[in-house]
Design a protein around this ligand. Structure first.
Ligand SMILES: *Cc1c(COP(=O)(O)O)cnc(C)c1O
Length: 230
């Protein structure tokens, strides 16, 4: 994709975000746009940065770390979104600002221990897998959410901010809203640590529904960078 096409895609996504916010009586400034650059080269990240994107999301550790290093001169906020094996936590602890996909204590514990002293605590969302899908990770009940959140809250090198979800793709707006609405309800679970206000939900095909249901971070890949072929 050439730069002018990328620039146009970004403008379109930003205007969709603004009109969805307006429709929901919300301010666009309260919704962070994360460009999901997985499988795309560092030069696409650079071009998007110069078109006004400062948050990027990645799913695969080694590919992501390469890009973080190649874009080291840019003031980028990096978000790790993918499943994380415990033997790769150090790279995430060292290179990222956020992780959205915490699904178990062991990974949180390692990230906490490995977060470099000279960096701010790693911002964290807990991934929820509701309604349950076999192929996805994440907590599957509000009880599980509460117990993992309580554990993560006690790690002082982690900053627990909210939850993330990837509901099954579906093209009907009312159904998308129903799913996102249920996810949003989870933040009201009694006893959750304070400060859990972020709702990371909404991708290319369902960002409007997610914003209508209170999303504070949308993660957009395809509609910014084009289709992924790998
Ligand atoms: C790939 C991915 C996205 C972006 O999806 P698109 O449909 O391409 O916008 C968002 N979130 C996660 C967790 C992803 O893995």
């Amino acid at each position: 994709m050439d730069h002018s096409q990328l620039h146009r895609s970004i403008s379109q996504v930003k205007s969709r975000l603004s009109s969805a916010a307006r429709d929901a009586n919300r301010t666009a400034d309260d919704i962070r746009l994360i460009a999901v650059s997985k499988t795309k080269p560092a030069k696409a990240v650079r071009a998007a940065f110069h078109s006004g994107i400062s948050d990027f999301g990645e799913n695969y550790v080694s590919e992501a770390v390469d890009k973080c290093m190649q874009c080291d001169d840019l003031d980028i906020t990096w978000h790790f979104l993918g499943p994380l094996q415990s033997n790769k936590t150090r790279q995430v602890a060292e290179h990222f600002d956020w992780i959205h996909s915490i699904d178990r204590v062991k990974v949180a514990q390692r990230l906490n221990a490995q977060r470099p002293e000279d960096r701010a605590p790693l911002k964290v969302c807990i991934q929820v897998n509701m309604p349950i899908e076999e192929s996805k990770s994440g907590v599957v009940s509000s009880d599980e959410l509460l117990s993992l959140a309580t554990a993560v809250h006690n790690f002082d090198r982690l900053d627990l901010r909210g939850i993330m979800a990837i509901p099954a793709p579906c093209y009907e707006l009312s159904y998308q809203r129903e799913q996102f609405g249920r996810i949003a309800e989870l933040l009201k679970t009694e006893g959750l640590p304070s400060g859990m206000t972020e709702l990371s939900m909404g991708m290319s095909a369902d960002m409007e529904a997610a914003i209508a249901e209170g999303s504070t971070m949308v993660r957009i890949g395809t509609d910014i960078f084009g289709a992924r072929y790998t």
